[in-house]
Design a protein around this ligand. Structure first.
Ligand code: MG
Length: 341
């Protein structure tokens, strides 16, 4: 099989403020695996350096390490090729791209959507949250009202940015009493600050708080001291974190887990430790979002997932198969991942 790699830059409509800094554009690598029969599988690498410290150059180099394996891979089963590439690529962000392309290739050859190859009986409806990226109260309120009007039942608000209480109050007022509101501090607080913030913010009604602090021990300390659901996000990449049961929930990302295969493994490990699972993108492109939806189809009921992020890109014609309808997305039903980059 031949490997083709091409960079792609996607600009965000509006910069997203997080405790890691502001994200205003994404650089992805489009990855194609082209079989000797001419059938092509497409994947993408979407590392987010400010989150996971992995650069696009690191990922490109890791993908190059897979090239000789793929060159000899025609006729071999997907699992075997994937296992060899996972070992060679080392970086999950790179392996994810190969994993997606190999699933896409297998699905296109079989004429079946990936969710069916994974054993799902149907492309489950996946409840998704809207991301409210505004830094000031008024704009956050406007975004909240728009999310409600569009049919979302869950919104996510970044926290640890200053005026969290003001933005949260504006969002609650305009999103209405039924809206689930989740907060994401991206590890901006220490344990004491987190507990203090949660006491102040909880009266507005909070569904969960993602990564209030970094590290398994600190997250456990926060979870044990609050009635609120705490979710592990960035920390889950560390050794032993998924098995720790430190938080009630964990946010899993396809890119960080190593594609569909890595995501399903991670979910099984987290659930074995009694942890609830939901999925989110790291501003992935269409292939990453589609792949997460295929995985969601076999994972069963999930908390609302952070997969409604394609609209954040300017100049991207979102494939209708990935449209959000009334706060719900569904895995595409075409062959393979069912979408093209
Ligand atoms: Mg997060």
């Amino acid at each position: 099989m031949r490997l083709a790699i091409a960079p792609r830059r996607l600009r965000l409509r509006t910069p997203i403020a997080t405790a890691h800094g502001t994200v205003d554009e994404r650089e992805l690598l489009d990855v194609l695996v082209i079989g000797a029969d001419g059938v092509t599988g497409a994947g993408e690498a979407a590392p987010l350096p400010s989150y996971d410290g992995v650069s696009l150059d690191d990922v490109r180099a890791a993908l190059e390490d897979c090239r000789p394996i793929l060159a000899d891979a025609d006729g071999l089963p997907r699992e075997r090729v994937a296992a060899a590439c996972r070992e060679a690529a080392v970086l999950p962000q790179a392996f994810a791209a190969i994993d997606l392309a190999l699933w896409d290739l297998e699905g296109r050859r079989a004429g079946e959507p990936v969710w069916r190859l994974l054993g799902a009986p149907a492309p489950a409806a996946v409840e998704v949250n809207a991301l409210l990226g505004a830094e000031d109260r008024a704009a956050a309120g406007v975004q909240a009202a728009a999310a409600r009007a569009a049919g979302y039942r869950c919104v996510k608000l970044k926290a640890g940015l200053g005026d969290d209480a003001g933005r949260l109050a504006a969002v609650r007022a305009l999103a209405g009493p039924e809206m689930a509101i989740r907060l994401d501090a991206n590890g901006a607080w220490n344990v004491e600050q987190a507990l203090d913030a949660l006491v102040r913010l909880a009266p507005a009604g909070i569904e969960l708080v993602e990564e209030p602090v970094h590290g398994v021990a600190a997250l456990r300390a926060v979870q044990e001291a609050t009635e609120l659901t705490i979710a592990m996000d960035e920390t889950s990449a560390g050794p032993g974190a998924l098995d720790s049961g430190a938080c009630r929930a964990v946010c899993l990302k396809l890119t960080r887990c190593g594609g569909i295969s890595g995501l399903l493994d991670a979910a099984a490990r987290a659930r074995a430790a009694g942890t609830e699972v939901y999925l989110a993108s790291t501003f992935d492109g269409p292939l990453g979002i589609a792949a997460a939806l295929h995985a969601a189809a076999v994972l069963g009921p999930l908390r609302p997932c952070g997969l409604a992020t394609l609209d954040a890109f300017a100049e991207l014609d979102v494939d209708p198969a990935l449209a959000v309808r009334d706060g719900v997305m569904q895995a595409p039903s075409g062959p393979g991942l069912g979408v093209r980059a």
